[in-house]
Design a protein around this ligand. Structure first.
Ligand SMILES: CC(C)(COP(=O)(O)OP(=O)(O)OC[C@H]1O[C@@H](n2cnc3c(N)ncnc32)[C@H](O)[C@@H]1OP(=O)(O)O)[C@@H](O)C(=O)NCCC(=O)NCCS
Length: 187
């Protein structure tokens, strides 16, 4: 028996191709520990590094970076990278940088849209990610979308000077097909 999941998505969230015009906001968000710690940023952020990261992504044929727009304002990023055309797989990463945009369905909607791009436009078979075990907000969001736990990467993440384990989670095309969506109208 195939189980179906119902998700409420925000109609005012869209993805747009990432470009250098998004760099300044990204740099500001990289200075927020809530973002930098959870994504595992390894060095001090700077505007120059952010701009060169964007240029690298745009040249990388194995990456599709998106800006997350809420009512047309850039509030975060979602990226499909490490695209493997043989396995038809890619890695997903996300952050909602604007603190006021968190916890209101923006992240869930943006990930759904990135999965839609990956499975329906790019014909991927599998999308995977890693997340440290203390990032409950992210783990809950990924689970709601149908990602399943595939493995535990022991002590594979540094947070606040401490080693913590990371979860390897994945979603297959057929898992995504079980997700039903409702466009949520927010007041
Ligand atoms: C993880 C992240 C993308 C989630 O996006 P979001 O817009 O805040 O989440 P949503 O509002 O779409 O919520 C999705 C689900 O997660 C839950 N959730 C969100 N934030 C939560 C929190 N801080 N604590 C507990 N649950 C949380 C919501 O309740 C919701 O579940 P529900 O539908 O059952 O209520 C966002 O918090 C973020 O960018 N965090 C910082 C960077 C980061 O951790 N990126 C991921 C690295 S792997």
């Amino acid at each position: 028996v195939s189980e179906q999941r119902v998700l409420q998505l925000r109609p005012d969230v869209q993805l747009a191709p990432l470009s250098v015009e998004h760099a300044e906001r990204m740099y500001r968000w990289m200075c927020d520990p809530e973002v930098s710690k959870n994504i595992g940023l390894r060095s001090e952020p700077s505007l120059e590094k952010t701009i060169s990261w964007i240029h690298n992504q745009l040249q990388d044929t194995h990456s599709r970076p998106f800006a997350v727009l809420l009512q047309n304002d850039h509030v975060g990023n979602v990226v499909l990278d490490q695209i493997d055309s043989y396995l038809e797989s890619a890695r997903l990463s996300i952050y909602i940088g604007e603190p006021t945009a968190r916890r209101s369905g923006v992240g869930l909607t943006a990930i759904y849209q990135a999965l839609f791009e990956g499975f329906m436009q790019d014909n991927l078979y599998k999308i995977w990610l890693t997340v440290h075990t203390r990032n409950f907000a992210a783990i809950k969001t990924y689970s709601r979308l149908g990602f399943q736990l595939e493995g535990i990467l022991r002590d594979d993440f540094w947070i606040d000077g401490e080693r913590v384990s990371a979860l390897y989670m994945g979603i297959l095309r057929q898992d995504f097909a079980r997700v039903l969506t409702i466009k949520k109208v927010r007041t």
